[in-house]
Design a protein around this ligand. Structure first.
Ligand SMILES: C[S@@+](CC[C@H](N)C(=O)[O-])C[C@H]1O[C@@H](n2cnc3c(N)ncnc32)[C@H](O)[C@@H]1O
Length: 174
C-alpha cells in the first residue's frame, strides 16, 4: 500500500485527474494503472496496454480485487499502432518504457510518438518517466511535435518493489 500511495502521489502531481481517459502504455503489473484508475473514478477509464500477457493477467486480478471496473485491458503483440481512435485520450503515461531496450531503433520511437500524438486530444498531455534515457528522451519527444510543459522531480516506484528518485516530464502537443 505504501508503494501504491507513493505512485498515486506522483500521478496527482503530474495531472492525472478524475473523469479522464488515460492510456498507460507499457503498463506492466499496473504499478501506475491501479492508482490512475482510482483517481479517474467511474467517469474515467484507463487503457492498460502491454505486450506481456502475464503482467496483464496479474494487473486485471488486482483490478478485480480492488473492485475497479474502469480498466480496459489492451494486450498487443508489441506493434506500435495503438487501437484507439484519433483525439480520444486525455492523458498518456509512458513510464519506464520509452527507451532503447524496448525500442531499439529511433524510427520505432518516432513511430510510437506519432501514434501517441494521434490519439491525444488537443488538450491532452503526455507524461514520460524517461528512465534509462534521461538525456536523449526530451529532445526526441520535442522532435515529434510535442513541447515540454513541466518537469516533476520526486519519488517513483520502480519494478513494483522499490522507490527511487526520478523525474517525470509533461508534454503537450505543439
Ligand atoms: C519496465 S516495465 C514498466 C512498467 C510500468 N510502466 C511501470 O513503470 O511500472 C516496461 C513494460 O513495457 C512493456 N512493453 C515494452 N515494449 C512494449 C511494446 N512495444 N508494446 C507494449 N508493451 C511494451 C513491457 O512488456 C513491460 O511490461
Amino acid at each position: 500500500m505504501k508503494l501504491e500511495s507513493q505512485a498515486r502521489k506522483m500521478l496527482e502531481k503530474i495531472g492525472v485527474n478524475k473523469g479522464q481517459t488515460i492510456l498507460d502504455f507499457g503498463c506492466g503489473y499496473g504499478t501506475y494503472t491501479i492508482p490512475a484508475a482510482k483517481i479517474a473514478g467511474e467517469q474515467g477509464k484507463v487503457y492498460a496496454l502491454d505486450k506481456d500477457r502475464q503482467v496483464l493477467d496479474e494487473l486485471m486480478q488486482k483490478a478485480t480485487s480492488a473492485g475497479l471496473k474502469n480498466i480496459r485491458r489492451m494486450q498487443t503483440s508489441g506493434e506500435l499502432e495503438i487501437d484507439l481512435v484519433d483525439e480520444s485520450v486525455d492523458k498518456v503515461l509512458l513510464f519506464d518504457v520509452f527507451h532503447s531496450y524496448y525500442f531499439l531503433q529511433i524510427a520505432d520511437r518516432e513511430k510510437l510518438l506519432a501514434e501517441i500524438y494521434r490519439i491525444m486530444k488537443p488538450s491532452a498531455s503526455l507524461s514520460v518517466w524517461p528512465k534509462h534515457m534521461e538525456s536523449e528522451a526530451g529532445e526526441e519527444i520535442k522532435d515529434a511535435d510535442f513541447h515540454l510543459v513541466e518537469e516533476f522531480s520526486g519519488m517513483l516506484v520502480h519494478e513494483n518493489n522499490d522507490i527511487e528518485k526520478g523525474k517525470v516530464l509533461n508534454f503537450e502537443k505543439e
